[in-house]
Design a protein around this ligand. Structure first.
Ligand code: A2P
Length: 284
C-alpha cells in the first residue's frame, strides 16, 4: 500500500487528513520508535499520540529519523497529540501544547485535541477555547476534541462559537455511535474511531467473520473498512509488522451496503457496546 492509496478526509477548516492513522497508546521507547518507522515505510502518514501516552519523545525521534533517511517529509505527515486532564484550563493549555511540541521535537502539530471532557472539572469549554487561540499562532493546523458526548459538544460550540474539526471517540462494530455521528454531521465535525477493533472483541464475531470470508480479507480489515465507509477515520494500534501492513490495506476494498448493514446491526446484539470508560463519568 502506498501512502497515496490511503484516502484523505477533509476537515471543516480545509485540512486534509489521511483516513487511516497509527494509534500509539501503550507503545513506548525503542518499540515505539521502531514501529513508527516501520509504519511510515509501509505508507502510514497519520500518527496519533497524546501527552498521557508517555511516548511523544519516541514518536518525535522516529519522525526525525524517517525524515533524515529521506522516507518522508514533514509536510507529508499528519501528527495528532492531545492535552490530558491535568493540562486542562485556559491557563494551562498553552504550556501543555508547548511541552508536547518540545517532546515531539516538531515545529507544529497537525491536530491538537482536548483528550477527555472530564465534566467534574468543568474546564472543557475554556480548554477548547484556549486550544482555538493556539490555532491563530501558526503552530497547530487543526483543532478538535476527543471523547466529547452530545451535550458537551453542543455546549462547546454554543459557548465558544468555534466548531471542533474532529471528535475522536470509541467506535467499532457493536458500538457505531449512531446518535453522536448524526450530531457530528449536523455540526460538520469529523468522526475519528479510536479502538476500531474494540480491543480485539470484534475479531471473533461470526457476522464479521462471514463478511471477511465473502471479501477475502481479515476480520480486522473488515472492521476498519466498515468504520471508513461510515465516513470515519480510524487509528488502529498494532505493535506487529504483519498486522500494521494488514490494517493499512483496509483502504483497498469495498463492502456492499448489505455487508455494511449486517455489521452496523451488531449495535443491537447482546454483549456488544462500549468497551472502555464512559466519558460522562471518566475519570471520576
Ligand atoms: P498487536 O499490537 O499485538 O497487533 P484497538 O486499536 O481497537 O484498541 O486494537 C488494538 C489491539 O488489536 C491490539 O491488541 C493489537 O495487538 C490488535 N490488533 C491490531 N491490528 C490487528 C489485526 N490486524 N489483527 C488482529 N489484531 C490486531
Amino acid at each position: 500500500m502506498t501512502a497515496a492509496a490511503v484516502p484523505t478526509i477533509t476537515l471543516n477548516d480545509g485540512t486534509e487528513m489521511p483516513q487511516i492513522g497509527l494509534g500509539t497508546w501503550k507503545l513506548r521507547g525503542d518499540d515505539a520508535v521502531r514501529i513508527v518507522r516501520e509504519a511510515i515505510e509501509l505508507g502510514y502518514r497519520h500518527i496519533d499520540t497524546a501527552s498521557s501516552y508517555g511516548n511523544e519523545e519516541a514518536i518525535g525521534q522516529a519522525i526525525r529519523d524517517a525524515i533524515a533517511a529521506g522516507d518522508v517529509t514533514r509536510d507529508e505527515l499528519f501528527i495528532t497529540t492531545k492535552a490530558w486532564q491535568d493540562e486542562q484550563g485556559a491557563d494551562r493549555i498553552p504550556a501543555a501544547f508547548q511541552d508536547s511540541l518540545h517532546r515531539l521535537g516538531l515545529e507544529y502539530i497537525d491536530l491538537y485535541l482536548v483528550h477527555w471532557p472530564d465534566p467534574t472539572q468543568g474546564k472543557y469549554v475554556e480548554s477548547f477555547e484556549a486550544v482555538a487561540r493556539l490555532q491563530g499562532l501558526g503552530i497547530v493546523q487543526a483543532i478538535g476534541v476527543a471523547n466529547f458526548y452530545e451535550e458537551v459538544l453542543r455546549e462547546v460550540v454554543e459557548k465558544t462559537g468555534t466548531v471542533p474539526a474532529l471528535n475522536q471517540v470509541e467506535l467499532h462494530p457493536g458500538f457505531s455511535q449512531a446518535p453522536l455521528r448524526t450530531l457530528h454531521e449536523e455540526l460538520e465535525i469529523r468522526t475519528e474511531a479510536w479502538s476500531p477493533l474494540g480491543r480485539g472483541i470484534v475479531l471473533m464475531n461470526p457476522v464479521i467473520d462471514e463478511v471477511a470470508r465473502e471479501v477475502g480479507k481479515s476480520t480486522a480489515q473488515v472492521a476498519l473498512r466498515w468504520a471508513m465507509q461510515l465516513g470515519c477515520s480510524v487509528i488502529p494500534k498494532s505493535g506487529d509488522s504483519r498486522r500494521l501492513a494488514q490494517n493499512i490495506e483496509a483502504a483497498s476494498f469495498t463492502l456492499t451496503p448489505a455487508q455494511m448493514d449486517a455489521i452496523t446491526e451488531l449495535d443491537h446484539q447482546q454483549g456488544f457496546g462500549r468497551v472502555f470508560d464512559d466519558p460522562r463519568t471518566f475519570p471520576a
